[in-house]
Ligand binder design. Structure first.
Ligand SMILES: [Zn+2]
Ligand SMILES: [Zn+2]
Ligand SMILES: [Zn+2]
Length: 165
């Protein structure tokens, strides 16, 4: 009597290429990246090392379809995250052909800029309020709220106080 397992059920259950054990659950990092650790591996908080198998599989960040239209062609935009944690909006008709190394479709992209939030701190230089700026890649910077970037003249105006956190 053979205990035949249906291999179709196993398609999504990936195994670790290092030790052959099943991969664990998907973990999401603070910056939104996702990975699966080998189920025999465990992060040890005390030793700051992995106990067991150290295999980690990073998952591609799936693009999210936005409720926004491409200003160039009117197709829906996608929100994608690069390997380096930068985020950009791109046109859903755009695709990359690895064989010919060319992109086809609409080439519209828009990098997501950071966010700014107001702080209850005063600028040591001019006494105005400080703002906390978080860049698209997650870096944090305190800067003066009077500081502005002039797109047309391509230069900053206002107080230049900055402090990287
Ligand atoms: Zn493993
Ligand atoms: Zn487009
Ligand atoms: Zn200032």
């Amino acid at each position: 009597m053979k205990d035949k397992k249906d291999s179709k059920d196993k398609v999504n259950e990936e195994t670790c290429p290092k030790c052959g054990s099943a991969l664990g659950e998907i973990t999401v990092t603070k910056s939104g990246k996702r990975f699966q650790r080998c189920s025999t591996g465990n992060w040890n908080q005390e030793t700051h090392q992995v106990d067991g198998c150290s295999y980690i599989k990073w998952l591609p960040v799936e693009p999210e379809t936005l409720d926004e239209k491409c200003p160039k062609c009117g197709a829906p935009l996608l929100l994608t995250t690069t390997r380096f944690g930068k985020r950009m909006k791109k046109c859903s008709t755009n695709s990359w052909d690895p064989k010919t190394r060319t992109a086809s479709g609409c080439d519209y992209v828009e990098w997501i800029k950071g966010t700014t939030e107001e702080l209850k701190e005063d600028c040591p230089k001019c006494g105005e309020k400080l703002v906390l700026y978080t860049s698209a890649s997650g870096k944090k910077l305190k800067k003066c709220s009077t500081s502005k970037w002039n797109q047309e003249e391509k230069r900053a105006s206002g107080c230049d106080y900055k402090e990287w956190l």
